[in-house]
Write a protein that binds this ligand. Structure first.
Ligand SMILES: [Zn+2]
Length: 511
């Protein structure tokens, strides 16, 4: 084994699964991000890679630290959606098994996953992937993983990896840094370091708007964990979880690595802190009617943008379809003015706009063929302001420097509402989604985004925190957990069961 020139396998399957959303198919993954072998490295080295930022981040960090030999296996990723189709997942596992087996012996494995995936045939495909990697790598080869902080961690994941490193920012702007940490931990393991693991899952399923890293109970737990770090405790993650997975392993969790005593103490302290402050995970949303009134009032006055409404219940970044109409219908009926809204997902309307051309005034029906309880049919007279193939490179926040594919897209005007209509489900988290059409955000008073929280990092140059409001509209990512028919969560669980009782377990170390 060449520890000063290690062969490091790279692989991952990224999906955040919302049980209430339609199944995520192999075709969805292939249309979004799917690479095998050397194609992974070729994409990672592009100026604007169309892949999770961890991969280019990891490659860069490994290059910087010294000689190594990448062994790229398989990397695929998709917008959040329903559980992964079992057939496609099994196909990926088989390819990963074959790829790793062919490449033996390798010195280490880097897994880049989201960590909140479910499959149509099981609740823990991430754990299955980690276990497969461990099986082939053997007990001594370092296996280091990075995950999204919305991951639902299983014991199987913890037991199979030497270390799991979670993002620490929400909006997620530290993906590259955490991947660089993974590169560092691989080098340290190769140099002989080992760590005991402590893991605690709490009976808290926090609505995602309460999991920001800039303020609140979750922010405090992340910071407390980082303040504990030292030579005997090199890594602590407070993982927020993703409630819409609706599986038994749902829940916030703490994973700590280091000397056994320190790791266990850190995990117990942080879990105790989160539990003691659990009321900070209750949501406070603005009712839909009040949101519309605020937008109407804002539009009547001249001046720069003053109001940003987050349609957090219809966030494609959490499995939402991007076609819910509570806000759109409300704003149309109230004749709101100087509103900019994005992104409404309707491939049929985008296509009609492309056929009609810029400047055309046409009658369309939003959700003509796919109406449901949240996304109703909305007939409208629109003017086509702009057309685009939908290929953008993010300029700010979570998508900065990354290639995004919105699919055929249009900017349209209905009354005094200007809206982007796109064909693929991409959450509105980057100003480029508007600027690609020549739309300038400062020309509007109210911005409405179909995004839960990542928009905050993209639009912070236009809106201060106090100008941003999370709206209680309806959709597949509603923050009101009582709106869902959860069937597989561990119960009792807070805040669904407000009288849940719990104390941190005494035995928290994992093998
Ligand atoms: Zn996330």
């Amino acid at each position: 084994m060449a520890k000063d020139n290690p062969r490091v396998a790279i692989l991952g399957i990224h999906l955040e699964s919302n049980r209430f959303a339609p199944v995520t198919t192999g075709a969805d993954f292939r249309a979004a991000c799917y690479f095998e072998g050397e194609a992974i490295m070729a994409e990672a080295l592009k100026a604007a890679p169309a892949m999770p930022a961890e991969i280019p981040g990891f490659v860069q960090a490994m290059n910087k630290a010294g000689p190594w030999q990448p062994v790229p296996i398989l990397l695929t990723s998709c917008e959040p959606g329903g559980p992964i189709e079992a057939g496609f997942f099994r196909e990926c596992l088989a390819k990963i098994r074959a790829g790793l087996t062919t490449e033996l012996p390798f010195d280490a494995v880097y897994i880049s996953n989201h960590g909140a995936m479910t499959a149509t045939d099981g609740p823990d495909p991430d754990g299955e992937l980690y276990a497969l990697v461990r099986e082939i790598a053997g007990p001594k080869t370092p296996v280091i993983a990075t995950i999204d902080l919305h991951a639902n961690i299983s014991e199987r994941m913890v037991d199979s990896a030497d270390a799991i490193i979670s993002y620490r920012t929400n909006p997620h702007v530290d993906q590259r840094e955490r991947a660089a940490d993974a590169a560092d931990f691989i080098r340290r393991r190769l140099a002989g370091e080992t760590w005991a693991k402590a893991f605690i899952r709490l009976p808290i399923v926090a609505p995602s708007v309460t999991l920001l890293s800039a303020r609140g109970g979750y922010c405090d737990a992340i910071n407390a964990g980082q303040a504990m770090l030292g030579p005997d405790l090199p890594l602590v993650s407070a993982v927020g979880g993703f409630v819409y997975g609706d599986i038994p392993k749902n829940g916030m969790s703490i994973i700590a690595y280091g000397k056994a005593e320190q790791a266990a103490a850190a995990a117990r302290t942080l879990a105790g802190q989160l539990w003691a402050e659990r009321e900070r995970f209750l949501v406070h949303l603005l009712p839909l009617r009040s949101a519309i009134e605020r937008a109407v009032a804002a539009g009547r006055v001249a001046g720069p943008p003053v109001l940003c409404l987050a349609d957090c219940a219809d966030n494609p970044g959490g499995g939402g379809r991007g076609n819910a109409t509570d806000l759109l219908e409300g704003l149309i009926q109230a004749k709101a003015e100087r509103v900019l809204m994005g992104n409404f997902v309707d491939a049929a309307v985008a296509s009609q706009c492309h056929a009609a051309g810029i400047g055309a005034k046409i009658e369309v029906t939003f959700n003509a063929d796919n109406a449901d309880d949240f996304g109703r049919r909305v007939p409208a007279k629109i003017e086509v302001l702009g057309l685009s193939a939908g290929r953008v490179v993010g300029r700010r926040g979570v998508a900065a420097g990354r290639a995004q594919n919105l699919g055929p897209a249009a900017a349209v005007r209905l009354g005094d509402i200007t809206m982007t209509v796109i064909s693929r489900r991409v959450q509105c988290a980057d100003p480029m989604h508007f600027e690609t059409f020549g739309l300038a955000i400062p020309d509007y008073r109210t911005l409405v985004v179909k995004s839960r929280g990542h928009f905050r990092a993209g639009f912070d140059e236009f809106f201060r925190d106090e100008q941003i409001t999370e709206v209680d509209a309806r959709g597949l990512t509603s923050q009101v957990l009582a709106n869902f028919d959860f069937r597989h969560l561990p119960r009792p669980v807070y805040p669904l069961d407000l009288d849940t009782a719990w104390t941190p377990p005494t035995s928290v170390l994992r093998p």
